[in-house]
Design a protein around this ligand. Structure first.
Ligand SMILES: Cc1cc2nc3c(=O)[nH]c(=O)nc-3n(C[C@H](O)[C@H](O)[C@H](O)COP(=O)(O)OP(=O)(O)OC[C@H]3O[C@@H](n4cnc5c(N)ncnc54)[C@H](O)[C@@H]3O)c2cc1C
Length: 382
């Protein structure tokens, strides 16, 4: 594995770094304070191509390699994790599903729109089924040549302000995971209602929605993958989503390091910068250690993906480590800032609140350990 970036990858990283500093960072605090959707920023993200970074050019994307996509996501995570999250779901989950499982017609109908016009959402979780999606209640039943979808989805990123939701529904009641099928549901379809959830701890600028489906009618051509293959579609997409999440969490760790080093050099106590106190250096160094390990782990996933190798376990390792490292690092960065870290005069409190969800979604840290435990022992504990 090569740890040197190619000149093209360096260029992408610089483009993303500069764009994020100029366009994303300045509005992050206000969006967080007001829980406002990034109306003005979104068109700029489409224009610069970040919503379709790894999507082939023939479908409207930038056609970048996977590591380049990760570098963009890391920069977004460094500056505003809410924005990173909406990009990850659109690109890492929804575009991946279309590219991997979609028919040529589905790709041509949706990918150029998801890379230039509006966001895609991933509708797996339900109010009563989060870690255990195989038990989902949302149903899809045949009605002539169509399907009728009914049920509720919970915590759906981009679920009320997007164009399209990939809805996972039970098509063979009583069959558990083997009876789930995936459907492409336009968010303006009659019977689709997405309601924004407010009062979140973090990701406050992101659209997170409770979705209700009431007799939503879609043609069979909206089915993505075979009947009963939906769980495979979801899990395969999560291999990619967890990579994206790991890259974004690494961005939060980088932001924590930048903020902690800056503040430690400026703030004086006992007649010298706090950076001159050994225990503050320990906090800063620990952030750096976790950051370096995080980056190496998500780069490893990118390398395997680029070679066309499966990376379920590597994605799970990277997701678990990078998310937990981001939480540790944000906590350390708050500590370095003392009382000032406890107000939003400084961004470190937002980093902690935004990092916190990364150990919860796309499979909690506990579920990741069950995946790894099954891999290591050959015994499934869930
Ligand atoms: C901001 C945000 C955005 C989200 N975006 C999306 C999205 O776009 N699409 C989507 O489909 N979902 C999304 N989610 C949902 C997220 O994936 C779920 O919240 C997550 O999978 C956990 O499910 P749950 O909340 O129902 O918790 P539960 O499954 O009820 O888990 C509660 C606790 O029990 C533990 N637990 C559960 N089962 C076991 C077990 N077998 N062994 C040990 N511990 C266990 C969990 O680890 C957790 O600590 C989002 C969530 C949030 C908060």
């Amino acid at each position: 594995m090569d740890f040197d970036l190619t000149p093209e990858q360096e260029q992408v990283r610089k483009l993303a770094h500069d764009f994020c500093d100029a366009e994303v960072a300045p509005g992050a605090r206000e969006l967080d304070r007001t829980e406002a959707f990034p109306e003005e920023l979104l068109p700029k993200l489409f224009e610069v191509g970040f919503l379709g970074a790894p999507v082939p050019e023939e479908y409207g994307g930038m056609g970048l390699d996977y590591l380049s996509y990760g570098l963009i996501v890391e920069e977004l995570g460094r500056t505003d994790a809410s924005i990173r999250s909406l990009v990850s779901v659109n690109t890492g989950l929804v575009c991946t599903i279309l590219l991997t499982w979609g028919t040529e017609e589905q790709k041509r109908a949706w990918l150029p729109r998801l890379t230039a016009e509006g966001l895609g959402a991933f509708g797996l979780t339900e109010p009563d089924h989060g870690s255990d999606p195989a038990g989902m209640q949302t149903s899809a039943r045949r009605d002539g040549g169509d399907w009728l979808l009914n049920g509720s989805k919970m915590w759906i990123t981009n679920g009320s302000r997007g164009l399209l939701t990939v809805v996972f529904a039970q098509t063979e009641p009583g069959s558990g995971a083997r009876g789930i099928t995936a459907f492409l549901v336009p968010q303006d379809a009659p019977g689709y209602e997405g309601r924004a959830i407010h009062g979140k701890l973090g990701l406050r600028a992101g659209d997170t929605a409770a979705v209700t489906l009431t007799d939503v009618r879609v043609p069979d051509s909206a089915r993505v993958g075979e009947v009963g293959q939906g769980m495979k579609v979801a899990l395969n997409a999560l291999d990619s989503g967890r990579f994206s999440l790991a890259a974004g969490a690494t961005g939060i760790s980088q932001a924590c390091l930048d903020a902690a080093v800056r503040y430690a050099g400026e703030r004086e106590q006992f007649g010298k910068p706090i950076a001159a106190h050994q225990l503050v250096q320990e906090l800063v160094s620990d952030i750096y250690l976790d950051l370096q390990a995080s980056r190496a782990l998500y780069w490893k996933v990118a390398a395997r993906h680029q070679r066309g190798e499966r990376h379920t376990i590597e994605s799970s390792v990277a997701k678990t480590f990078c998310s937990e490292a981001a939480v540790r690092n944000a906590d350390r960065a708050v500590q370095v800032h003392g009382g000032y870290g406890y107000s939003d005069e400084y961004p470190v409190g937002r980093y902690l609140r935004d990092a916190r969800v990364t150990t919860l979604y796309e499979g909690t840290s506990q579920i990741q350990r069950l995946i790894l435990g099954r891999h290591l022992t050959g015994i499934s504990a869930f």
